[in-house]
Structure formats: C-alpha cells, structure tokens
Design a protein around this ligand. Structure first.
Ligand SMILES: Nc1ncnc2c1ncn2[C@@H]1O[C@H](COP(=O)(O)OP(=O)(O)OP(=O)(O)O)[C@@H](O)[C@H]1O
Length: 219
C-alpha cells in the first residue's frame, strides 16, 4: 500500500530531518509511529498524506510513484486517505455535523443516505449533544473528536492520525483507540503518531520509531 525507499526530507537549506527511510505499510495493518518531540513524526505523516514531497528517494502510494503525479492526481489519491491533524483543521463556519459529513459529500453521497451514520458516529465519540455547534465554541478535546470522526467517516483505505488522543482523558483515549482498532478490522491501514506510551501499551501493534531522522521498525 505504501513503500518508502531511501527517502530523505529537508526543509529549505536546513539539515535532513528524515534520512534513508525504507519501510512499507501493508494493507489492513496497524502501526504506531513514535519518537521524541521533533523526531519528524508530523513530517513523515505529511509525506504520507502527499502534502510534502521528499527531497530524495522513492515513495509509492496505492501503487503510484508519487513523484510522477500531478496536482489533480494527488487530490484523487488523497480521497482514499483519512487524516487527523494535530491542529484539527475543522472548518469554522460549518457545524460539527457538517464538518464530519464533508468527506461523504465530497464523494457525492446524498444526505439522507448518510445522516444516520454521521449521527451514530458523533454519539460514539461523545459529541451527540454538540452536533450543531460550530468549532470555535468546542473545547480542545471536542475538536479533536470531531476531527477523528471526520477522518474515519468515509472508511478510508489509509488513516493517519497525529497525536489523536493528546487532548482527551485516559478513558476517552481508550474509547478512541477502540474506534481505530475497529476501523482497522474493517480493512483500513492505520498509522497513529503518538508520544503516549500508555496508549501504545494498550494494543500490541507494530511500532515505527523515529530517532535522529532514521526509522526503526519493531514488528
Ligand atoms: N515547516 C518547517 N520548516 C522548517 N523546519 C521544520 C518545519 N516543520 C518541521 N520542521 C523541523 O523538522 C523537524 C521535525 O519536526 P516534526 O514536527 O516533524 O517532528 P515531530 O516528531 O512531529 O515533533 P512533535 O512530537 O513535537 O510534534 C524539527 O526539527 C522541526 O523543527
């Protein structure tokens, strides 16, 4: 599904922040991406989401060499990916319900076919009472759960999440982890970037560990 071969990344004229990354993400797989602050987790997720291009090496995503794709082709591939950004990136003028429905609307689905699904998911993540609220009035944890619901609603082939439990209490973190595990069981490959050792200890999964720009894989 994803293949990195000798991938390197630098910002501008700075040092390489990611070096010689070679690894694969298989279909239906689950992995945590971890490493100290500044190790490059967000940068690696941005490479996976095609919002950054590597400065060297080869990235293959869904059987396409990403270097050969134009902007439109990248946008089409991105629809197969769900992402939870560290800063949420909800649309402030749309309600929680509308934000979460957006990926389904982009896919051309009619509201009557998805309304129940969206409401059910919002209840599951504890936002049943906040469906009509606009993001600026949500708490950090509520925004995070809305961002997670938006990322998973269309059952993407690849789910990327950057510190998805950073703003919630341990019980809620457990519940959100269960959501990612269920999604994985229904076929999605999941990559969760986290510092949270307590979270990783709850699920026996592959770990991709970034250290000084290099990746170490623990299957
Ligand atoms: N837009 C940018 N321009 C220049 N340098 C950047 C940029 N984004 C990140 N970096 C640098 O790249 C390195 C990796 O940053 P990144 O945010 O990917 O790490 P991280 O592991 O996600 O960190 P954290 O856990 O603190 O979120 C850091 O040294 C950071 O300063």
């Amino acid at each position: 599904m994803v293949r990195f071969e000798n991938v390197g990344l630098r910002y501008g004229l700075g040092p390489e922040v990611l070096r010689d990354l070679s690894f694969r993400i298989e279909p239906h797989s689950f992995q945590f991406l971890t490493g100290p602050s500044g190790a490059g987790k967000t940068s690696l997720l941005r490479l996976l989401f095609l919002s950054l291009r590597p400065t060297r090496g080869l990235i293959t995503l869904f059987d396409h060499d990403v270097a050969t794709l134009d902007k439109d082709a990248l946008a089409v591939l991105r629809r197969r990916i769900g992402i939870v950004f560290q800063d949420f990136r909800l649309l402030d003028h749309m309600s929680t319900y509308e934000n979460v429905s957006l990926p389904l609307r982009v896919l051309g689905r009619e509201e009557e076919s998805y309304r129940h699904e969206v409401e059910e998911l919002l209840h599951w993540v504890g936002l049943g009472e906040r469906m009509t609220a606009l993001p600026p009035v949500l708490s950090g944890g509520e925004k995070q759960r809305a961002a997670i619901a938006r990322a998973v609603i269309a059952r993407p082939q690849l789910l990327l999440a950057d510190e998805p439990t950073g703003n919630v209490d341990p019980n809620l973190a457990k519940r959100l982890l269960r959501l990612f595990i269920e999604l994985n069981k229904s076929g999605t490959s999941v990559v969760i970037a986290t510092h949270d050792i307590g979270l990783m200890d709850q699920y026996d999964a592959r770990r991709l560990v970034l250290h000084e720009g290099r990746i170490h894989v623990y299957d």
